[in-house]
Design a binder for this molecule. Structure first.
Ligand code: ARG
Length: 458
């Protein structure tokens, strides 16, 4: 029997049943639905809208349902339209009359808006914990590789020397902003829409704040139409998740490159690599590739949500039922990606020798050579030009700036002397970049340590 029996003379056409139902995917919000109903029932009891006796019966009944779903004693059926209908139907089956009073001064419209807020709030907490773990692993690795010199790149061309720890810390900064975005979004979603009812509030004298308090929410929504039709928090979360995937995907891309025979900067643990069915020598970074690939899926969810919401007149429309599968998929995907990515990162092996070798080619100390000339009094533009000529000369002679003889330097500029060789020593080039946020080992160690403190404050 459908909820709206009374006005209708026919059952829903069987061909639209599955199409209309959301229970197969909104059943995952059963806990939030039941907690919300308990808070609502308590408020109805406190305000004298239902009797204390009915209130207690409802609470006990709901507790039983929650426990039975948790233990697998109670299973979701294949007829109920959604989780709200299922729970209310089951309650009435168990406690009779009182169960039918639960939905006083409430609509599924404000109920679903509450449930999804509560559900996503919990997911935000999980995501924040996972991201903290991720940053923690990066901080550890960064400290471990704070002296491992490698080339820093622009345009994927060797640019200037850095250390591997510094490169890793860049991803930690991205993740710290990701945590901030999830926290902001959690804050805004954590208000109760109950009391908005279908769209126009209610004539009952409710205590909306009491419901919010019981659920650990920061307050209540301020407009009943907005209360039931706002899904900004879903869009915000999906956007924040998309940005997380941008970051993971960029990192995955680098890991894939670094594993290649052309780079050989790192090796992934066997437990996080796969082989080929035909090529016996292959060891493939599938996990990183999947993370890169799954970013498209989360962006798709984000786009689906924006598109579903954009043309909806106020207030509730059934289009909004489409919010769940998309946002659940985005959350699940990001959590799965992090679950695989964190230990993959934690177990990777670093080939410091190859990183160092790569840093020795490509004239990545050319800027330091120019800076040395500036130290001798030459304007930077002139120093830049002189160094450019030296690089060209090195290419001609198939050598490096470190090995180019002093007479070649002197031909280009009188100011050169043997001190130059100290200044362009790779280790020194990195060591002296102590500017805040720079790649000097001392700075990287400080930043790695500081990250741990920043994490504690979250
Ligand atoms: N299953 C619905 C959803 O997810 C619940 C709200 C239904 N409200 C309604 N008026 N049909 O959006």
């Amino acid at each position: 029997m459908k909820l709206w029996a009374g006005r209708f003379k026919k059952e829903l056409d069987p061909r639209t049943n599955d199409f209309n139902r959301s229970l197969p995917f909104d059943s995952r919000m059963y806990r939030q639905d039941i907690m919300g109903s308990m808070a609502h029932a308590k408020m109805l009891g406190k305000c004298g809208i239902i009797s204390k006796e009915d209130c207690n019966k409802i609470i006990d009944g709901l507790k039983g349902i929650l426990a039975d779903i948790d233990n697998g004693v109670l299973q979701f059926d294949d007829v109920s339209e959604d989780i709200h209908t299922f729970t209310e139907g089951e309650l009435t089956k168990r406690i009779g009359e009182a169960g039918k009073r639960l939905h006083t001064a409430r609509s599924r419209n404000d109920q679903v808006a509450l449930d999804i807020r509560l559900y996503l709030r919990d997911e935000c907490d999980t995501l924040i914990e996972m991201l903290k773990e991720y940053v923690g692993v990066i901080a550890e690795k960064a400290a471990e590789y704070s002296e491992t010199v490698m080339p820093g790149y622009t345009h994927l061309q060797r640019a200037q020397p850095i250390v591997f720890g510094h490169q890793l810390l860049a991803y930690a900064e991205m993740a710290m902003r990701d945590i901030g975005r999830i926290k902001d979004c959690r804050e805004r979603m954590n208000v109760s829409p109950l009391g908005s009812c279908a769209l126009a509030g209610t004539t009952y004298t409710l205590d909306r704040e009491y419901v919010a308090e019981q659920l650990g929410m920061n307050g209540v929504t301020q407009n009943s139409l907005d209360g039931v039709s706002d899904r900004d928090f879903v869009l915000e979360l999906a956007s924040a998740l998309s940005i997380i995937m941008v970051h993971l995907s960029r990192f995955a891309e680098e890991i894939i490159l670094w594993c290649s025979g052309e780079f050989r900067f790192i090796e992934l643990d066997d437990a996080f690599s796969t082989g080929s069915s035909i090529m016996p020598q292959k060891k493939n970074p599938d996990i990183a590739e999947l993370v890169r690939g799954k970013s498209g899926r989360v962006f798709g969810d984000n786009m689906a949500l924006l598109t579903a919401m954009k043309g909806i007149p106020l207030a509730y429309n059934k289009d909004m039922q489409e919010d769940k599968e998309a946002v659940f998929d985005a959350v699940d995907t990001v959590e799965k990606c992090l679950t695989a990515f964190i230990p993959m990162l934690d177990t990777m092996r670093v080939n410091a020798t190859n990183m160092r070798k790569a840093a020795s080619f490509g004239f990545i100390n050319a800027t330091d050579c120019a800076d040395w000339l500036v130290g001798q009094g030459l304007p930077f533009r002139d120093a830049y030009k002189a160094t450019g000529e030296l690089v060209a000369r090195c290419i001609e002679l198939n050598t490096s700036l470190e090995e180019l003889p002093m007479e070649e330097y002197k031909k280009v500029c009188e100011l050169f002397n043997d001190d130059l060789y100290n200044a362009i020593d790779l280790d020194k080039c990195v060591r002296d970049r102590t500017v805040l946020g720079g790649p000097a080992p001392s700075q990287v160690k400080f930043q790695a340590e500081n990250l741990k403190k920043r994490l504690e404050k979250i």
